[in-house]
Ligand binder design. Structure first.
Ligand code: FEC
Length: 315
């Protein structure tokens, strides 16, 4: 008997409150403290969203939902752990807990649907580093990407349909749907990284399900560093849509699965402001958070990864 399979659900992590933002930002920057100006600018963005830091709570709720769904599929078969990249519970602590609990076999699942070496790859590196710290940890395999998992595509399609219905009627017939993910340094293009292609595929899969004709992809939340980041930026795409005569825009941030700064500020405040200035109606799809259909989709991702959903029964 090898005991339950450990599932390590991983997310970015957020600060515990305004007083924790400097620590958090320093961690994101690999241990280099930010300049006072950069810190003040980040604090101002959190303040603009009401000093809310919901990501940790949402990740924990997603993990609880995932554990319940997996228990329904296979009672006693799984134990779900949470590890975050930049905040407690850190990935290395979660791996240590799995080791202490005697977990022998584990699946690493990053709560971001698309693979890049600079996104999902950095979570995997942290797990491997934690395993290397001491012997006897679980044997891990990793879900590299899950954007194409049919129940997830179905879930996104339902969110886009619902968002389109929220556009004012006069804008709906002349609107464009923009699928976004977090920008990354453009040097990933030289490495043949699959990230840009996976965003395009997500847009194509959802559009095909809904029969959408006016669709774009764009990058959001590019870092404030001197090197070039992937484009086009969402703001440019919104302005271009206005110039082309569109009346409304629906933004589906399909690279994220929770409400957090990059959604609540970069979209609901910044991108909405660009749309307003350009004369476009703006709506954003609701985040998956811990919606039951979304956590069911995540459970399906884990079961399919382990080959526990027979091919003919896959959605
Ligand atoms: O609500 C919150 O507090 C957390 C919001 C948050 C999420 C998130 C997701 C991703 N990031 C990714 C890549 C980078 C790269 C850099 C970078 C910098 C920041 C900063 C903040 C921040 N990120 Fe983030 N990210 C979130 C928050 N991110 C704050 C620092 C200030 C700024 O630039 O805005 C550049 C690092 C550097 O400076 O060296 C690269 C990627 C994701 C999506 C995948 C995932 O969720 O892991 C990729 C949520």
């Amino acid at each position: 008997m090898s005991g339950p399979v450990g599932v390590l659900a991983m997310s970015y992590g957020t600060a515990a409150g305004p007083e924790d933002v400097e620590r958090y930002y320093t961690d994101i920057r690999g241990g280099r403290p930010p300049s006072p100006e950069a810190l003040a600018e980040l604090l101002a963005r959190y303040e603009a969203i009401g000093n809310r830091f919901p990501l940790t709570e949402i990740t924990l709720a997603q993990a609880r939902g995932l554990e319940e769904e997996l228990a329904r599929a296979e009672p006693g078969g799984f134990r779900v752990y949470v590890g975050m990249k930049h905040s407690p519970p850190f990935i290395r602590d979660a791996v240590a807990r799995m080791r202490a609990d005697g977990i022998l076999r584990a699946v690493g699942l990053v709560l971001a649907p698309h693979y890049s070496r600079l996104s999902v790859g950095t979570y995997v590196e942290r797990v491997r580093a934690a395993l290397a710290e001491s012997p006897g940890g679980p044997q891990f395999t990793f879900v590299e990407s899950w954007y194409g998992h049919p129940p997830f595509v179905e879930f996104l399609a339902s969110r886009v349909a619902e968002a389109l219905a929220r556009l004012p009627e006069e804008a709906r017939g002349r609107s464009v749907v923009v699928f976004t993910a977090h920008s990354l340094p453009a040097r990933i293009l030289d490495e043949g990284d699959p990230y840009p292609r996976q965003l395009e595929e997500t847009a194509a899969l959802v559009s095909a399900r809904l029969g959408l004709a006016h669709v774009r992809t764009a990058w959001q939340s590019a870092g404030r560093t001197p090197e070039p980041w992937l484009g086009p930026d969402l703001g440019e795409v919104i302005e271009e849509a206005a110039a082309q005569g569109y009346r409304g825009v629906v933004v589906c941030p399909c690279g994220f699965v929770a409400d957090h700064l990059e959604v609540l500020y970069d979209l609901d405040i910044e991108a909405a402001g660009v749309a307003r200035a350009a004369g476009l109606a703006f709506v954003r799809t609701e985040s998956p958070n811990a919606h039951p259909a979304f956590v069911r989709a995540l459970a399906g991702v884990v079961l399919a990864h382990l080959g526990r959903i027979p091919a003919e029964a896959r959605p």
